[in-house]
Structures are given as structure tokens and as C-alpha cells.
Design a protein around this ligand. Sequence first.
Ligand SMILES: Cc1ncc(COP(=O)(O)O)c(C=O)c1O
Length: 368
Amino acid sequence: MNDILVTRSSMPEIEEYMDEISDMWESHWLTNMGPKHKRFQEELKQYMGVENIDLLTNGHMALELTLQAMNLQGEVITTPFTFASTTHAIVRNGLTPVFCDIDPITYTMDTSKLEELVTDRTCAILPVHVYGNICNIEEIERIAHKYELKVIYDAAHTFGETYKGQGVGSFGDASCFSFHATKVFNSIEGGAVCFKDKHLGESLYELKNFGIHGPEEVSAVGANAKMNEFCAAMGLCNLRHVDEEIAKRKNVVERYRSHLKEVDGIQLNAEQKDVKANYAYFPVVFEEEQFGASRTEVFDALAENGIGARKYFYPLTNTFSAFHGQFDVLETPVALHISKRVLTLPLYADLDLEDVDRICEIILQCKC
Ligand SMILES: Cc1ncc(COP(=O)(O)O)c(C=O)c1O
């Protein structure tokens, strides 16, 4: 029996990719906003249902440069139940993260605890649509409006989703997406920012190209975060198949749910009203006392059978040694509770449904 990894990158048929890249041997245009970059950007705009979008090398640079383009100072309210990138983007901009706890059902920012964290130093809110679960957008935007704060969504997990019929990237001042190889949709490495304000778009465009403003002017200290043509070509190919891939992921998720729903001590991801889901992850929270085994015991049992699950997100970003004990993890008790108990199970479009049955059998055997 082959090992099963937690994810497997989607790839087009090799002929499709070869066909897409072949004209580059004539043009010799490999990067710097070439024709594939332009076409990919246009196609994404349509698919994602957004007005403005810019492409970058990855989701992290999307976050980091968006914050830089906004020219912010002070504190940014965010959550620690996320990937390192979210918090790093804040800190690398010289901003201070202030951690809000998460909701125990959606794992996104608990907006009932958000307003009390706003101070006169707060400049922005950076919530994360965790596992594809959409944040409480109405409440976040109400509070942001009241205190004149920017809202930047970490939308790395939400490619292709809609909320109340609108592309999820159209909310807030900006939404940052990741097209990393492990995501629902990939361009090998890649990312994008969807934004409202055209001026923000202009700054972002310059910042991803060293801050170059014109042939003889460099007006900002930018980075190099331009998506190259090979990545854009991969994105163009994968975009043709993404709906089919999401439909297959849905089947996998339904098979998992059929085995694991209503098992004592297991919490599955709740389906959200008004959301067209992308089935990005299948997180399971194990409550040891009711289930009879801990998350780590389940993780080990799966590993012994060649099955990779992921403690995602663990550890919380506010516990990273990189921050030298600067933050108090006890201020986010729900995030701490979930991060110690959650496992994401293998999920990708071509995961065999019989493998899902086997994974669930191993999990249920841990129950005593
Ligand atoms: C929540 C979250 N934010 C940001 C990122 C960063 O994206 P990337 O890996 O494309 O830089 C990721 C993914 O890796 C992520 O999961």
C-alpha cells in the first residue's frame, strides 16, 4: 500500500503545460509582467469575481507588500491560529500584532472579542479565513468603519469561494491569496492581492518590482515579488480544471463526514451558510476525554500506517520562539485549546474514496 500524504499538488496533463509554455521559446519573455502574467491576471479577475487584482510570487509577499503599500504604523489586530506568514508579514513591516481569540466553531477571529482590543494605536485588522471558513465579515467591517481601520483579509485558504454570491476577494480593503503548490489552486508558487483602491494597486505594483516608479526613479524600498511566466502558465492550465477539482474534493469531504459525523469527541468543520465552499481542508478536533484518544495518538496511528495528517495550525504563532516570549498565549485560550487538538486529514482531488474509508477506520480504532 502506498503512503498517503496530507495533500498532493494539482497538475495539468504534461502536454497541456508544454503547449502553454512552448511560445516562450520564441518570445524569450520569462518574467517581468509578460503576456502570460497579463492573461492569467485577467482570467483570475473573471473567475474570482473581483474588480482589481495583482499577481505576486507568493501569498506571503501579497500580505507583506499590501501592509507596506498601506503605509501603516502601530498595532494590527489578528489571530494566532494561522500560518507563520500572517504574523510575520505584520512584524516584518515594523507593526505590532495584537492577538484576538478565535471562534470555537469557525476557527476565525471571534468578533465578540475584537472591539475591546482596539486602542488609539490600532491601524488595521488582519483576519484569516481559516480552512476556507469565511470570517464574520459584517461585524469586522462594522468595527473597522467605526474606528477607521484598514481591513486586510488573509484569504490564502479561500480560492474560488463566494460569500452571499460575491467573490470572497471583494471584501475589506484587500484580500491576499496564496497559489502555493499545496493549495486548492496552484501556480506552483504564487499569490495575488484583490483590492478596492486603485492607488493601493499602483503602490503594490511598484513595490513588487523594487519600488521602481519610472525609468529613472525608485520611489520606495520595494522587493522582488513578480510572478514569473512559468508560474503564470501553470496557473492558466490549472484554472481550466479547478471547478472539477473542487467537485472531487467535495466527494472526499462527504465521504469523511459520512464516517466521522456524530462520533463522540470529534468536532468536524461546520458548513457555513451563504458560502460557496472550496473544500480546502478537512480539520478534525479530537476531545480526548470523550473520544478516548488524543490528537497525537491519532496522528501517530495514522503515521504508523503510512498516512500523513497535519497538526495545522500548531503551534500558535504567538508562541513562536522567534518572538522571544513577547506575547501571552493565555490571552487566546480558545485558539490554544483548538491548536492542541486539531488534525487536518489527507485531502486532494484524486484521493481514493477507499483510502478515505481506511483512514477513518484507523481513526475510529483509536477510540476506546
Ligand atoms: C493562512 C496562510 N497565510 C499565508 C500563507 C502564505 O502563502 P504562501 O505559501 O503562498 O507564501 C499561507 C500558506 O502557505 C497560509 O496558509
